[in-house]
Design a binder for this molecule. Structure first.
Ligand SMILES: [Zn+2]
Length: 422
């Protein structure tokens, strides 16, 4: 009896061992299969090191790109980019995300003055613009800025905290045309700057007076300027107009542009559109491609009147009939080239009143831009009356202290190739 029990016990022990062995082999087999599934391609240590190296290289690129986005005020986009590839997302990238999130929490809506500066086409060759064959050396000395001055201004404006923004970053217009102020969140010490360039057209005489001759798109798909140089040859220049100068500057200094904003081109019918005739089909085709590229790169367009003329159009004697005629001509010839715009830049900075001002609101222009060096934008009915300041020879001479205080040290900018100021 005892022996039998012993035999049975031994058999049971054997069976138990067998069972345990069976379970162990199945588990290890399963683990082995799973590990094969995970590292289906390769799993030698050397290859794993190489893979991690590649992931780390990718991380460096993505983190750099995210830093550039943050500089240009694209915060959420930077976070999205950091999180976009789960293969490379690790603790280091998590902490990058956290840094941006913490920074965003600290941002406050900007409170303070809104400055809107404006320019005309730049003087590239002062010896021509102010020379004996110039059509209006004094006018140019007053109302124009030289390319050298413009290039000197940008870093100084940036030092003062200015950041280019769009009007739509500062105001909302609803479907009924009601305009309201909108908060713009900028880091401490930064302040918004609006910029516009009037009369972006290049009449024949200007081409011989040291100004650019037209805009065009160069081999790198950049909007560039053509200019007739001192030898009379037409050449490309990246420093002959506001547009390539600003584009190149922002590329180097993304912190100078809020989410890619650049400036507004005020187009005038009688001057042509950026060097192209709006009444010649082939020129319209070329101009439209440039418009498209400018819009893609942060530039916007405004109606700066069709006639750019005084008398019944834009003067003390403006008539409703005159401005209606002007606006309809603009919509007929220029709007098809530049697209719709809700910004009107008044010629000569004139501020129309009463039904004349209302006419522009009714025609869909929510923003009426005039010229005034001190006042601030005001909401008037379903519009904003927005003053602008000209940073040109006149203002740098006649209002130097104000410019020193608000924008830059005039002595560091002023082009001494200008003739004496009267
Ligand atoms: Zn003008």
């Amino acid at each position: 009896m005892k022996r039998r029990t012993k035999r049975i016990r031994r058999r049971n022990a054997w069976m138990l061992t067998l069972l345990i062995l069976l379970i162990l082999t199945s588990i290890s087999g399963f683990i082995f299969i799973m590990s094969q599934v995970e590292n289906s391609n390769n799993n030698t240590p050397q290859e794993e090191i190489e893979k991690e190296k590649a992931r780390e290289a990718k991380r460096v690129v993505v983190i750099n790109e995210a830093h550039q986005l943050v500089k240009g005020y694209y915060y959420q986009e930077a976070i999205d980019l950091l999180k976009s590839d789960s293969e490379i997302f690790n603790d280091k990238m998590k902490s990058e995300v956290k840094k941006i999130e913490d920074f965003m929490i600290e941002l406050k809506p900007y409170i303070g003055r809104i400055e809107h500066v404006f320019f005309h086409s730049l003087i590239v060759y002062p010896e021509l613009a102010f020379g004996p064959n110039s059509s209006q050396p004094q006018g140019y000395n007053y109302w124009m800025t030289t390319a050298l001055e413009f290039q000197r201004m940008l870093p100084l404006l940036m030092e003062r905290g200015y950041v280019l923004v769009r009007i739509s970053d500062l105001y909302d217009v609803d479907s009924l045309g009601n305009v309201t102020k909108k908060d713009v969140y900028l880091p401490e010490g930064k302040r918004p700057l609006l910029m516009s360039i009037d009369n972006v057209g290049y009449p024949e005489n200007r081409k011989k007076e040291g100004f650019a001759s037209r805009l065009f798109i160069n081999q790198n798909n950049e909007v560039s300027a053509m200019i007739r140089n001192l030898e009379g040859l037409e050449i490309e220049s990246r420093t002959a107009e506001v547009f390539p100068i600003v584009d190149d500057f922002v590329k180097e200094n993304p912190q100078f542009s809020y989410r890619g904003a650049k400036g507004l081109l005020g187009i005038t019918g009688s001057w042509g559109v950026m060097g192209y005739d709006p009444k010649i089909a082939s020129e319209v085709t070329t101009a439209k491609v440039i418009v498209q590229r400018l819009k893609e790169t942060g530039w916007e367009f405004a109606n700066h009147s069709y006639t750019h003329a005084d008398g019944k159009y834009f003067s003390e004697n403006s008539t409703l009939e005159g401005i209606k005629e002007d606006t309809q001509l603009f919509k007929q010839w220029i709007t098809p080239v530049i697209g719709e715009s809700n910004v009107f830049i008044a010629p000569f900075g004139i501020t129309l009143k009463g039904e004349l001002y209302q006419y522009f609101i009714d025609e869909g222009y929510a923003f009426y831009l005039n010229v005034d060096r001190r006042s601030q934008p005001k909401i008037l009915g379903k519009s904003v009356l927005m003053p602008r300041i000209n940073l040109d020879g006149f203002v740098m001479n006649k209002d130097k202290e104000y410019i020193n205080q608000h924008f830059f040290d005039v002595d560091k900018v002023y082009d001494d190739r200008r003739p004496a100021f009267e």
